[in-house]
Design a protein around this ligand. Structure first.
Ligand code: CMC
Length: 393
């Protein structure tokens, strides 16, 4: 009692036991429930992966059909939630809107709010998976002043998201299947990543038995930071700022300069000391999408490839084992699809909702479940007596 380890940033502390995701950072391996991410990205689809993360096994055809159909039952938002949007400034960042609206689900869906009731947890999981794409797409529509588009259950998960982002009531809209497939892959790659900052946030928030929707909103808040999910938006902004291959050297030097707070966005990872396997798949997806759209000469993609090459040959990056992470190429793919930079992290949040939900369910159902209550190393003043205001100097 009273003896504990001091580990700021959790560099060497396992906060839980989990059977969801496995990462070997030295070898660059990522498995969901034992299945390599490369196989899932190639053969699976997002809802199947969500099922796998939450339930532990790939579904049979019948289980999958049932799961997809239940998700589809829940894709609409309560109509009064559209009023909630209208309280935001028109230019509100989609992540700010996501934090608010997902949090507000706790007020709208009170019959699936009891974390200690397994049946309510299941409904909460379906509602989250089904409604987060609608919430994300509407945050974009609100920004650009177009009417909200209702979900279309005849489409796949990714097609429906593209529809809600880009369709208008004025004309027919048919999602491009190649782009939908690429987006589905982006969703799969982002679906879970064990105990990262946002998943840990969801677990800590949820450990008190708090409302599941409020816990996911807390995860979204954590994801937003530029060192975490915000890095995809920051990477694209950085590439735009670099603008020309001639300026790469200048930015590499800045990233190495310890007096400059600038970091090479989309590079480095706490766990991967090798290529992030998601970045390799994403680079391939970049080629496919740009090819489909006739954008093979996309200057930003060329710039990114060149930047990667230069960084990987640079002593500083080699010594510190800094490799591209998932966020390095994802922005280029999404931008080519016509998705604005400000939506990148919202799309990450949409996909990570599957992982957050799985992590939250594993945490709350665990026989070892305890409220998360870290200790601290107190470094403040020793006991002292109150000084009346007229005696203070
Ligand atoms: N550019 C330049 N230097 C870097 C970078 C970078 N991108 N990343 C790490 N370093 C340096 C850092 O300055 C430190 O140097 P020193 O030992 O001299 O102080 C050393 O490498 C170790 O970095 P750290 O910050 O102690 O490592 P960490 O494990 O705490 O941080 C990280 C990991 C991802 C926050 C960090 O690599 C970073 O800030 N990367 C840029 C942001 C980014 O791309 N984030 C996305 C991560 S993957 C997806 C996700 O999680 O959402």
């Amino acid at each position: 009692h009273g003896v504990f380890a001091y580990d700021p940033g959790f560099l060497s502390t396992a906060s839980c036991a989990s059977s969801i995701t496995y990462i070997d950072g030295d070898k660059g391996l990522l498995y969901y429930r034992g299945y390599p991410i490369e196989q899932l990205a190639q053969h699976s689809d997002f809802l199947e992966v969500a099922y796998l993360l939450i339930n532990g096994e790939l579904p049979t055809a019948e289980q999958k059909a049932q799961f997809v159909s239940t998700v589809k039952e829940h894709t609409m938002l309560h109509d009064l939630m559209s009023n909630f949007y209208r309280g935001f400034r028109r230019d509100a960042h989609p992540m700010a809107v996501m934090v608010g609206v997902v949090g507000a689900m706790s007020a709208f869906y009170r019959d699936s709010s009891d974390a200690f009731d397994p049946a309510q947890r299941d409904i909460a999981a379906f509602r989250l998976l089904a409604k987060v794409p609608t919430i994300a797409a509407w945050s974009y529509k609100y920004n650009i002043g177009q009417p909200f588009m209702y979900p279309q259950n005849r489409f796949s998960y990714a097609e429906n998201f593209l529809y809600m982002m880009f369709a208008t009531p004025c004309e027919e809209y048919q999602p491009n299947p190649v782009l939908a497939r690429a987006l589905e892959r982006i969703f799969i790659l982002h679906a879970d990543h064990e105990q990262n900052a946002s998943s840990s946030t969801v677990r800590v928030a949820g450990s008190s038995g708090a409302n599941p929707f409020a816990c996911i909103a807390a995860g979204i808040a954590s994801l937003w930071g530029p060192l975490h999910g915000g890095a995809n938006e920051a990477t694209l902004n950085m590439l735009e700022q670099i603008g020309d291959e001639k300026r790469i050297g200048e930015f590499i030097e800045r990233a190495k300069d310890k007096t400059d707070s600038f970091r090479l966005m989309g590079f480095g990872h706490r766990v991967y000391k090798n290529m992030d396997p998601r970045a390799a798949i994403m680079r391939e997806t970049c080629h496919e999408v740009l090819n489909e759209l006739g954008l093979n000469d996309d200057p930003l993609f060329k710039l990114a490839l060149k930047l990667e090459k230069i960084a990987l040959e640079d002593d500083y990056f080699v010594k510190k084992k800094l490799y591209p992470n998932v966020d390095f190429y994802s922005g280029i793919v999404m931008r080519a699809m016509g998705i604005p930079n400000s939506m990148f992290t919202a799309i990450f949040a949409l996909a990570r909702t599957a992982g957050w939900t799985a992590q939250w369910m594993e945490m709350i159902a665990s026989p070892e479940h305890k409220i998360a209550r870290p200790r601290q190393l107190y470094v403040g003043p020793a006991r002292r007596d109150y000084v009346p205001i007229d005696k203070r100097v």
